[in-house]
Write a protein of this length. Structure first.
Length: 178
């Protein structure tokens, strides 16, 4: 099993996530629904260990071995960013990957209400975006921030930096656990 092959298949299927667990088939999430890779064998401990080693650093591996969980970012050679999570699940390694869009969609592309554009044009204020996992909080923030950063200096403080927003005037702060 090649992790980069699995990620390429996930991307080609427009998957938002790839999930890997020992003794299970690889799973992708497409439009909120999990789909199995039926043409693969169930994953072994060795498959997951090799995959993890290929996408992490020795420092992060040591941190994982101490804490038994690790959240990190990985960038594929084509520039696609991944939010990665490694954890011990029933004493065995499991991996999850969130595939982030290569480009930040616009408010129009996300089909968000016009109020989002109006909010991005206000002179002052605080915008709070909340919702459950996978609801589009980070993507919505990025779409609004991409408008704001054309005219203002924006400071954002997410738990982790998830999307890199190209601009000349931006500050993104990481929490101490990053």
């Amino acid at each position: 099993m090649d992790i980069f092959e699995l990620l390429a298949i996930a991307k080609s299927n427009n998957a938002s996530d790839l999930h890997l667990s020992v003794d299970s088939l690889p799973l992708i999430r497409v439009d909120g629904k999990l789909k199995r890779f039926d043409n693969f064998d169930p994953l072994t401990i060795a498959d997951l260990e090799v995959a993890f080693m290929r996408i992490t650093t020795m420092d992060k591996l040591e941190k994982f071995q101490k804490e038994l969980e690790l959240d990190f970012q990985y960038t594929l050679p084509d520039g696609t960013c991944l939010r990665c999570s490694a954890a011990q699940e029933r004493g065995q390694l499991s991996l999850a990957f969130r595939i982030l869009p290569a480009t930040i969609p616009t408010i129009d592309e996300l089909q968000l209400p016009e109020i989002y554009k109006k909010l991005s044009q206000l002179e002052r204020g605080l915008i709070i975006i909340s919702g459950p996992t996978g609801s589009g909080k980070t993507t919505t923030q990025a779409a609004i921030s991409s408008i704001l950063m054309k005219i203002k200096h924006v400071i954002s403080s997410p738990w982790k930096i998830r999307l890199s927003i190209p601009t000349t005037i931006s500050t993104q702060r990481l929490s101490s656990g990053s």
